[in-house]
Ligand binder design. Structure first.
Ligand SMILES: Nc1ncnc2c1ncn2[C@@H]1O[C@H](COP(=O)(O)OP(=O)(O)OP(=O)(O)O)[C@@H](O)[C@H]1O
Ligand SMILES: Cc1cn([C@H]2C[C@H](O)[C@@H](COP(=O)(O)O)O2)c(=O)[nH]c1=O
Length: 202
């Protein structure tokens, strides 16, 4: 039996990573085997690409291509084999992030992103995408409180406004797989909502 593929999305600081442990525990308590991963990254090569992507200046098209190179390796080494074994795969970001950041944020033509998407994973889409949505100021406060900022996290508010708008546009375009989570609520409230969403997928 094929497993299910769940992706976690949102602008930096929205709170998506916070909930991956909860979703893992919830699914395991319902008898699922869960593999949790991230993009860019998730494989030894992908993690090297992540380091470059998060810390080196580069041309916009190079950035988009490296995101998809990391994704191709992630699909080949982690996502496809585990789904094939009936495991549930959770990924902290996937292709919606490329639309949000490289197209929405940086302005790369959407058609280029669509071409890469159909080249790299024509026959794979998430079963569920959880979009953690917060106003920019909330995300910024959460980030500033916790860490040294990387290349993306140092972008200005208008960049994140465009990323957020593109995420919300994707959610409208693909309502069958997207659930938009109001991430301004308390962690406990959000987890109660997540449990309801996940129940339907079991
Ligand atoms: N609902 C919430 N209420 C208050 N604080 C939160 C909430 N969700 C997450 N946080 C806090 O906000 C900070 C950022 O959360 P988290 O790392 O999950 O964000 P993220 O969206 O995964 O960010 P990034 O994409 O940059 O990794 C953490 O300190 C976390 O504890
Ligand atoms: C997959 C993907 C990611 N990004 C950006 C978004 C974030 O700023 C970083 C990853 O950091 P996180 O703390 O692990 O969320 O990378 C991107 O621009 N495009 C993508 O496709």
């Amino acid at each position: 039996m094929q497993g299910k593929f769940i992706t976690f999305e949102g602008i930096d600081g929205a709170g998506k990573s916070t909930h991956i442990g909860f979703v893992t525990d919830f699914l395991e308590s319902h008898g699922k085997t869960v593999v949790s991963s991230r993009e860019p990254g998730g494989t030894p090569l992908g993690e090297k690409l992540r380091d470059l992507l998060l810390h080196e200046k580069m041309d916009l098209e190079t950035e988009a291509l490296l995101m998809f190179a990391s994704r191709r390796e992630h699909i080949a080494q982690v996502i496809a084999p585990n789904l094939g074994e009936g495991k549930w795969v959770l990924s902290d970001r996937f292709t919606d992030a490329s639309f949000a950041y490289q197209s929405g944020g940086r302005g790369l033509a959407r058609a280029k992103m669509e071409a890469l998407e159909s080249w790299v994973h024509a026959d794979l889409q998430p079963d569920l995408t959880l979009l953690f949505d917060v106003p920019l100021e909330v995300a910024r406060q959460r980030l500033n409180a916790t860490r040294t900022l990387d290349k993306f996290e140092r972008e200005q508010a208008d960049f994140f406004a465009r990323c957020r708008a593109e995420y919300l546009r994707r959610a409208e375009q693909f309502p069958e797989r997207f659930v938009v989570v109001d991430s301004t609520r308390s962690i406990a409230d959000i987890q109660a909502s997540l449990a309801q969403v996940l129940e339907k997928l079991l």
